[in-house]
Structures are given as structure tokens and as C-alpha cells.
Write a protein that binds this ligand. Sequence first.
Ligand SMILES: *Cc1c(COP(=O)(O)O)cnc(C)c1O
Length: 389
Amino acid sequence: MKKQAIYLDYNATTPCDPGVVEAMIPYFSRHYGNPSSADHWYGWMAKDAIDEARTEISDLIGAKPEEIIFTSGATESVNLALKGLADFNQHQKKHIITCATEHKAVLDTCAFLEESGYTITRLSTDTDGNISLSEMEANIREDTLCIALMYANNETGVLHPLHSIAAICRKYDVLFFCDATQAVGKLPLDVKNAGIDLMAFSSHKMYGPKGTGALYINSEARSAGILPQIHGGKHEKGMRSGTLNVPAIVGFGEAARICKPLMAVERERLKNLRDTMERDFLSNIPGSRVNGGENRMEHVSNLTFPGIHAEKLLLSVSGDLALSRGSACAGLLQKPSHVLKAMGLSDADALSTLRISLGRFTQEADVFKAIELLKRAILSKQHVVSGMI
Ligand SMILES: *Cc1c(COP(=O)(O)O)cnc(C)c1O
């Protein structure tokens, strides 16, 4: 069997922690009850497991268990938050502020709402990916329903200033919805302290299984009104019907529990590895640049190698390295990243950019191997784009 490539694409998805897999197994085989079955042991066992997972997850983000709605992942959470609020409030509030560098889950949901009569303001960013708070404030209107801004950007790791955003939201009585999918479980984040009203996040970006995620909803957001988007047996306080994915939620809960004591150590370790890697590229590859400035997550590097065809480069090293050109969700079409374009990169530079994202199981030797392979491939000039620069 072919050896596996070194995985450096943790922002696309993380492997399940072995402890997560172990915690899930009994919920496939022995404890297979439906948590809504109130009349027997199987149901009680499943219900207890869900309660425990909900407690672990709410504890991780400083919320109360009853403020967590389980969904199929961050995309669904984003849809429930934005469409749910919009549907309920459509006669009073018809304006949403977001940013050009958001994940497609947010941008496409906003575009859908725009077609049904909402006005969407898409804030621009500076070349480091930072928004202007004064521009944000100046765009707030009488009918602004919410401000939808992410915490950590999935392509660059750039962090938005949650506290300052939340303070402005409060001043104008506008809800703050945050897509914190890339940050939860990796950075300390307390929703109450940060002033977030609704927050989407996902199990498979924090070493849990795919197919489950959560939406945090505080009492302010709840009283503004959110229409459920999936109807049925009134699970999850009627906000999201459908039998709960018990094994996945158990895994999500275990992932949250495992993260807490590891976060600080992991950040330090990955920052050192990333800094070593960035220094090496910057000093050895002429013209190379790191996108995103200083204020970004520790484990992500978004690197531009001008004149290099990133897609061909990644394909040529794919036997040894698994990394990406940017967002995994952008599909196969070779389109320059909307995030990098919003930060002012030319199409050519955006297509010469790759993302390296490290994580819990990345070893120092993996990073050194990646540096050597990428440097050799880039300096061999096999991937230079003729006519593009
Ligand atoms: C991965 C990701 C999503 C989508 O999450 P799913 O759980 O895969 O639906 C949304 N936002 C950001 C920032 C992400 O990184």
C-alpha cells in the first residue's frame, strides 16, 4: 500500500482524536437508543449521553447547556441563524452587515436572503484582512437585523476583534452572529465575555466527527425570534427537528472535553512550527509573502509564491503532502480565492497561493519534510506560470 501523505490541511477538516472514536463506539453498538424514547433504558442512556455532551460543549464556550442547538454542522447552523432571524423579522428589519472574507456558508446564505428582498452590506478589508470598525458602524441602519462576522478566517487565520464588534452591536441594539468554526476548541473563547448573541461551530474542525455541529443562541437572540428551518418532531426546543445523531454528538462532546486542557500547549507548539516554516520560506524563496498580518491563528500559513501555479505545485507534491490552495469548499474550479481578492491580491497572486494548516498530530519532522519538498518544487521552476506574471 502507498504510504500516506503528510496531512497539513487541518482547516479543511481535522482527524478524529482517538479518544473521540473510542467514546463514540458504544453508541453505535450497545447504546443505540433514540434520545426521544422516554419510556425505556435505551432512550434514557442516549438522553444522558446527549445531556453530557451538551454540557461539555456549552462549558467549552462559556454558554449554558440550554443555549446549544445541535445541527448537522456549521453550514446548517449559519443557515438557521441567518435565515431563521430573517424569516421571523422580515417585516421590521431587512438589513444584514457581513464581510467579503466570510466563509461561503455565510456569503451564500446572505446572497440567498438578498434575492428575497434583504439588503446586504459586505464590508471590505485592508490588505491584512482586517475590517474597519468605523466603516462597520457607519453602515448600521435603523433596520439592521444583525452583523455576521467570523472569528477566525478559514483561509488566512485572521482574527476579527470580537469585543469591539460586540460593543458596537450593543450600542445600536443589533444582534451579533459569529461563525467561530475555525476558532472553537483551538482558542479560548467565552461567548458571554465576547458579547456574541449567536455562534456557529462544527465538530469536524475540532477533532470530532463530521456531520454534527452547533448553534449557540442567547436569550436576546431568542427573543428577537428565529424561525426553525427544519420542521418535524420539535427536537432541540423546536428549533431543529430530526432524531439526534447520538454517536456523533457524543464524539463532539468528547472532542470539546479533550480540547480544554490541550489548547494552550497546542497553540504554543504549533506557533513555533509555523514560525520556523514561514521564516524558511520567506528567506529562501524570492518574492514569497505571508498573507494576513500579525493578528491571526497560530497554526495557519497562507503563502503567496508569485509566479508559481499553486494547483500544479500541489498536485506535483500530492504523493507526499496534503495541503490546499485555500478553502476546501471552493470546489474544483480554479477560481481565485474571494478572501484573497478581498484583501487586494491580484488574480495571479491569488492563484499562486497555498494554505498550510497544522494541527494536533503534526510532528516537527512533518513540517521539515514539507518545507524541503515545497522549496525544492518551487525552486525547480517547474511550476512557473508563463505569461501570467
Ligand atoms: C468548515 C467551515 C464551515 C462549514 O462547516 P461544516 O460543519 O463543514 O458545515 C463554516 N465556516 C467556517 C469558517 C469553516 O471553516
